[in-house]
Design a protein around this ligand. Structure first.
Ligand code: GLN
Length: 547
C-alpha cells in the first residue's frame, strides 16, 4: 500500500498535547490493522535535543539507536509500542547542515541555493525517506511549534508542497479554545485566526481538533466549521482528560479513525481495540493508591515548575502501577530540603517507595545521597535511575565501606575515592569540549547475573536497555563494594561496565546505569518499575518481597 501522510500542526498556544494527538491518531490506525510510524519536526537550530535544558524543553528522549530527541517521540513509542529511530526527529539544524554540506561539496553547482526549493526539498526528502524506511501505511508528521512562529514556516511550506506533488496527504490542525473565567464561555476566535494563518501558507486543514477544558458543543463546532472552511463533522473534540491513553477512544467516539480513512478514499474498518478498551476500563476502576516519591532536582520557571523534565519516569510509574491495580500518587521532593534540615528526611516515610532519577551537575546531590541513606537503612523500596544508581554507590561507599569523601568525579574531580568516574572513552571527548551526542547512548546489551533481584525481575540473562551517561562505576572499586555486600547484578557482556546494582538484604533496593523508563510501554511496564511497584505494595503488607 502506498504510504499516506498525515501532517499535524498546532495553533494558538504551545504545549497543546499535539504529541498525544499524533500518537492517538496512530493508535486508531493501528486498531484498524495498519502499520503506522511517526516523525517529529522541531524547528530549533539545535542539531538534536541532547544539549537542550530539560527544564525549558522537557525531557530528552533516548532512542534505541542512540538518538537524543524530543520527548514527543517517547509518546509515540509508548502509545504505539514501536521503536522509533533517531532519524524521525528532524530539526532546522540538521536540514540546514545538510544543505550547506551539499553546497560545499558542489552538489548544487551553478545554482543559487535558497530556502525554497533547496531547504524545502531537503525537508521533504527526509520525510519521504523516513516513511519509506519504516514501511508504514500511514506516516504521521508532527510539526513542532505553533502556526505563526517564524521558525516553522519552511516546514509548513514543505508540507504544502507534499500535497501539490500529489502525495496522499491530510492536514490535521490542533488548536486551543480558551474558556476565560470572566466569560465562562468557550471562545473560538483564536482558532479561527490560527486557521487563517495556516491558510496564508496555502494549507487548508482537513480536520480541526479543538483542544479545550471540555468537549466542544454544537454551537462551537458549527462556528469553527463555518469560519474555518471545514465540515462540521471534521471538527473533533480534544477535552482535558485525566488519562492521556484514553484519547484514542475519545476520538473513536467521533469516528475520527474512519473519517481519516474516508478522506483517503478508503473503506471504514472495524477497530480491533478490545485490549485498549479493557486497559482504560481497568485504569478507570482502580481505587487504591500507591505513593511514590521522586527525589530530584527541580527548577522553577517563573512561578511554575516543569515536571515534563521527568515525563518518561512518570509514565513508567503509571504503567507499572496500573498493571498492579494501583492508582499512582506521585510526589515531587526537592532534594535540597534534605540539605537544609536532616529532620526533613522523615517525609520519606510517607511513601511506599522512593525513586532517584537521572541528572547532571551538583545541585541537590548531597540531599539525594542523604535520602538514599535513609531509605537504605529504613528498608523503604528504592529505585535508582542512572545518576540514582551512581549516588547509591557513593552513599554505600561512604557509609558502609568507610570510604569517607567518596564521590563522583563529575562533581568533585579530585575526590579521594572516585567511585564514579568518567568512562575511559569519554576522557578524550570532554578534553575537546565535544558535548553534542557524545555520551554513551542508546540501546546496549546488559548481561544479568543469575540468582539476583535483577534476574528475578527480568527473568532472563540478557536484555537491551537504553543509556545516556558519561560516568560509570569505577571498576577499581567494584571489589570493595562487593565485599561489603553491594551486588552488581548487571554488566556489559565483557564484564567491563557495571550496569545494575542491588542490595540483597533490603526489601527492594536496585539501581540501573540505564534508563528503564525508556522501554516502558502503556501495556507493558518495564520489569524494574514493575518490581518496584510490587515491592511498594509488599512493604505495605509484609515488608519482605524476596523471601
Ligand atoms: N551525570 C551522570 C553521567 O553522566 C548521570 C547521567 C544520567 O543520569 N543520565 O553519567
Amino acid at each position: 500500500m502506498q504510504t499516506r501522510f498525515i501532517f499535524i500542526t498546532g495553533g494558538v498556544i504551545s504545549g497543546l498535547g499535539k504529541g498525544i494527538v499524533t500518537s492517538s491518531i496512530g493508535k486508531m490506525l493501528q486498531f484498524r490493522g495498519f502499520k503506522v510510524s511517526a516523525c517529529k519536526i522541531d524547528p530549533y537550530i539545535n542539531f538534536d535535543a541532547g544539549t537542550l535544558r530539560p527544564t525549558e524543553h522537557g525531557e530528552v528522549w533516548v532512542t534505541e539507536d542512540g538518538g537524543e530527541i524530543d520527548q514527543d517521540l517517547g509518546h509515540y513509542e509508548r502509545f504505539l509500542d514501536i521503536k522509533i529511530p533517531k532519524s524521525h526527529n528532524i530539526t532546522t539544524g540538521q536540514v540546514y547542515n545538510e544543505v550547506i554540506m551539499k553546497e560545499r561539496a558542489g552538489k548544487y553547482l551553478g545554482q543559487t541555493v535558497q530556502p525554497i526549493p533547496h531547504v524545502t526539498d531537503e525537508i521533504k526528502r527526509r520525510i519521504k525517506e523516513n516513511a519509506k524506511a519504516s514501511g508504514a501505511d500511514f506516516f504521521l508528521v508532527e510539526i513542532g511549534g505553533t502556526v505563526g512562529d517564524y521558525e516553522n514556516i519552511l516546514f509548513l511550506e514543505a508540507a504544502r508542497q507534499m500535497k501539490l506533488e500529489k502525495n496522499p496527504v491530510l492536514y490535521v490542525h490542533v488548536a486551543y479554545l480558551p474558556i476565560p473565567k470572566s466569560l465562562g464561555e468557550m471562545k473560538t476566535k483564536a482558532v479561527q485566526h490560527s486557521v487563517r494563518e495556516l491558510g496564508n501558507f496555502g494549507i487548508q486543514p482537513d480536520f480541526i481538533i479543538g483542544r479545550s477544558d471540555t468537549y466542544l458543543d454544537e454551537v462551537r463546532r458549527r462556528k469553527i466549521a463555518l469560519f474555518c472552511n471545514v465540515n462540521e463533522e471534521d471538527v473533533i473534540s480534544d477535552p482535558e482528560i485525566e488519562n492521556i491513553y484514553k484519547l484514542p477512544l475519545i476520538f473513536e467516539q467521533e469516528k475520527f479513525g474512519d473519517k481519516i480513512l474516508a478522506k483517503f478514499n478508503m473503506q471504514p474498518v472495524k477497530p480491533q481495540n478490545e485490549k485498549w478498551v479493557e486497559f482504560i476500563e481497568k485504569v478507570d476502576s482502580i481505587k487504591e493508591e500507591v505513593k511514590v516519591g521522586i527525589v530530584g532536582k527541580y527548577f522553577d520557571i517563573g512561578k511554575f515548575q516543569l515536571p515534563d523534565s521527568y515525563i518518561s519516569v512518570i509514565e513508567a510509574i503509571k504503567h507499572a502501577a496500573w498493571h498492579n491495580n494501583r492508582k499512582p500518587s506521585i510526589s515531587w521532593i526537592d532534594s535540597k530540603i534534605f540539605e537544609k534540615k536532616t529532620e526533613n528526611l522523615k517525609v520519606l516515610e510517607n511513601f511506599n517507595g522512593i525513586i532517584v532519577p537521572g541528572g547532571f551537575g551538583k545541585t541537590g546531590v548531597e540531599g539525594k545521597i542523604a535520602a538514599i541513606k535513609y531509605v537504605r537503612e529504613g528498608g523503604i523500596p528504592f529505585l535508582g535511575l542512572c545518576l540514582g544508581l551512581q549516588l547509591a554507590v557513593i552513599e554505600f561507599a561512604r557509609n558502609v565501606c568507610g570510604l569517607e569523601g567518596a564521590n563522583t568525579a563529575e562533581i568533585v574531580p579530585d575526590t579521594p575515592f572516585p567511585v564514579i568516574d568518567l568512562l575511559p572513552e569519554q576522557k578524550e571527548i570532554l578534553k575537546k569540549s565535544n558535548y553534542g551526542a557524545t555520551m554513551r547512548l542508546g540501546g546496549q546489551t546488559v548481561k544479568i547475573k543469575p540468582n539476583t533481584l535483577a534476574y528475578k525481575l527480568y527473568n532472563c540473562g540478557e536484555v537491551v536497555e537504553r543509556f545516556r551517561h558519561r560516568y560509570e562505576i569505577n571498576p577499581e572499586y567494584v571489589e570493595i563494594l562487593e565485599k561489603h555486600g553491594f551486588v552488581f547484578s548487571g554488566m556489559t557482556p565483557d564484564n567491563r561496565i557495571m550496569q545494575i546494582g542491588e542490595l540483597p538484604n533490603h526489601p527492594f533496593f536496585i539501581g540501573s546505569q540505564f534508563h528503564p523508563e525508556f522501554t516502558s510501554r502503556a501495556l507493558r511496564p518495564n520489569p524494574l518499575f514493575n518490581g518496584f511497584i510490587q515491592a511498594c505494595l509488599q512493604k505495605t503488607f509484609n515488608n519482605n518481597l524476596l523471601s
